[in-house]
Ligand binder design. Structure first.
Ligand SMILES: [Zn+2]
Length: 118
């Protein structure tokens, strides 16, 4: 158990000190401002796992990790085109040229489809 483990659970430790007892299995410590670095006692609240999940699903955006970038995902239309052209027997670079994506992208989706077929 190293440094990292302690950082991850620091907010739980802080809450346990505040409550004067150990947290239960079902209790989650939530960061009110959604900033997981902010372990100020006033920023922490205890809730059960179900409440916590519904809170996050209610549209409170999860903080993105530092350096997070949206994935380059293709539109459904393009994905379906790749699928169709693969079935038509075109190779990666032919498909890439047709729908203006990189060979790499086509290769990635090709792999996905093959896994899906298994
Ligand atoms: Zn939370």
């Amino acid at each position: 158990m190293g440094y990292k483990q302690r950082v991850v659970f620091l907010h739980r430790e802080i809450m346990e000190i505040k409550l004067g007892r150990k947290l239960k299995e079902d209790e989650v410590v939530h960061h009110i401002d959604n900033n997981k670095q902010n372990n100020d006692v006033g920023n922490l609240i205890v809730m059960n796992k179900r409440e916590h999940l519904s809170l996050h699903n209610a549209g409170v955006p999860k903080p993105k990790p530092i350096g997070w970038k949206p994935k380059n995902t293709l539109s459904v239309k393009k994905v379906n085109m790749i699928k169709k052209l693969l079935l038509d027997g075109l190779n990666n670079s032919e498909i890439a040229r047709k729908i203006k994506v990189s060979d790499y992208t086509v290769g990635r989706y090709k792999k996905k489809f093959e896994e899906f077929k298994k």
